[in-house]
Design a protein around this ligand. Structure first.
Ligand code: NAI
Length: 347
């Protein structure tokens, strides 16, 4: 197997803890990776004068693959989100979040074996959120017009809307999802969301084998709870995708388990979607599943499919047998015990 160099941004809080677990599991699966460790976030801002130093971007541009833990973002002021900056600087236009139940992790929404496009209440959840990652409400163009009156500018372009919708239909075809649900609010935002919807319809015409469904975002939130498998691949604008993907994480057991990827035309950054969890940071209690599942996506992206399947099988085995389980899912295992259980399951 070829040796790869990957930029690793451990992040803050529980970030370095889950990153260590992930690196151990990936190594135990036989993947040969040189990790180029880079610091980003509030600590980098203090030490190196920028929350996203140039060397971090240079490293990701060179290696074309990165994986990151959570980096804190100050609320209501301070530096812009590292994630948003990375996505915009590297033109990572797709946020891809597969949402799948893990065996043995039951939630009020999961009741049995899985199926793509399954009937209500008849299966473990299996859907994917494809979120536009570079524009919409996340342009960062915000200002105070006069004291007491503020404004944010939402930008939607034909180029970005076309490529994200095209990605969603291609992904559905490749992964065997029968339908794409185009989610918008074009009844209210007729120009911006209207353009996104038009681009979705055009992509649907180019992919006639895949069913295309149009859905307003509020109805989508309800349908995700009532019958999530019916949606297949959900493609949507930046802010809606952000909110809906956390809702979906909740359907399958929470932020500690779902993976994420930010994908551009030649670069990809894989990430745990949870935050730095200051309440449990430094206690060895974090669930490393989200970052490990993100590493599975990364290994597939690098065409290391055997290693990816090895990690995936071991993870599912640990959940199915209940060998180890962390506190967020009702267990008592530490991050170390959970990681050791996955490594043992690979032997
Ligand atoms: P959070 O995701 O850090 O925590 C929410 C709850 O989920 C907490 O109870 C936490 O203990 C739990 N949790 C999260 N991940 C877990 C894991 N892997 N294992 C076990 N439990 C886990 O969200 P919060 O509290 O809103 O944000 C804290 C900080 O993280 C903020 O500074 C925020 O800006 C940052 N953040 C960073 C993100 C990123 O870099 N991708 C994403 C979300 C938040």
């Amino acid at each position: 197997m070829a040796k790869h160099t990957v930029t690793l941004i451990p992040g803050v809080g529980i970030g370095p803890e889950v990153a260590n677990c992930m690196c151990e599991v990936v190594a135990a699966a036989g993947a040969e990776i040189d990790w180029e460790v880079q610091e980003a976030g509030a600590e980098a801002a203090v030490k190196r004068g920028s929350p996203l130093p140039k060397e971090v971007l240079d490293s990701v541009r060179k290696n074309k693959i990165a994986i990151k833990g959570p980096t804190g973002t100050p609320i209501g002021g301070g530096h812009r989100s590292i994630n948003v900056q990375l996505r915009q600087a590297l033109d990572l236009y797709v946020s891809l979040r597969p949402v799948k139940s893990l065996p043995g992790v039951s939630t009020p929404f999961t009741v049995g074996p899985a199926g793509k496009g399954g009937a209500p209440g008849q299966g473990a959840i299996d859907l994917v959120i494809v979120r536009e990652n570079t524009e919409g409400m996340y342009t960062g163009i915000e200002h105070t017009l006069v004291p007491g009156v503020t404004e944010a500018i939402k930008v939607v372009t034909e180029k970005a809307s076309t490529r994200i919708n095209e990605f969603a239909f291609e992904y559905a075809e490749k992964m065997g999802y029968p339908r794409v649900t185009i989610v918008h609010k074009a009844n209210i935002m007729k120009v911006t969301d209207g353009l996104f919807l038009e681009c979705g319809r055009a992509a649907a015409r180019r992919h006639p084998k895949t069913e295309a469904v149009e859905m307003i975002v509020d109805a989508c939130a309800m349908n995700l709870v009532r019958n999530p498998n019916r949606l297949g691949v959900v493609v949507t604008l930046n802010l809606y995708g952000d909110i809906l993907s956390d809702l979906c994480a909740g359907l399958v057991g929470g932020l500690g388990i779902v993976p994420g990827a930010n994908i551009g035309s030649d670069t990809a950054v894989f990430e745990a979607v949870h935050g730095s969890a200051p309440d449990i940071a430094g206690k060895g209690l974090a669930n490393p599943t989200a970052l490990i599942q993100s590493a599975v996506m990364m290994l597939d992206h690098m065409s290391e499919h055997e290693c990816a399947r090895r990690v995936e099988r071991a993870l599912r085995d640990v959940y199915e047998k209940g060998t180890a389980r962390t506190g967020d899912l009702g267990g008592k295992s530490t991050s170390r015990e959970f990681t050791d259980a996955i490594k043992a399951a690979m032997k």
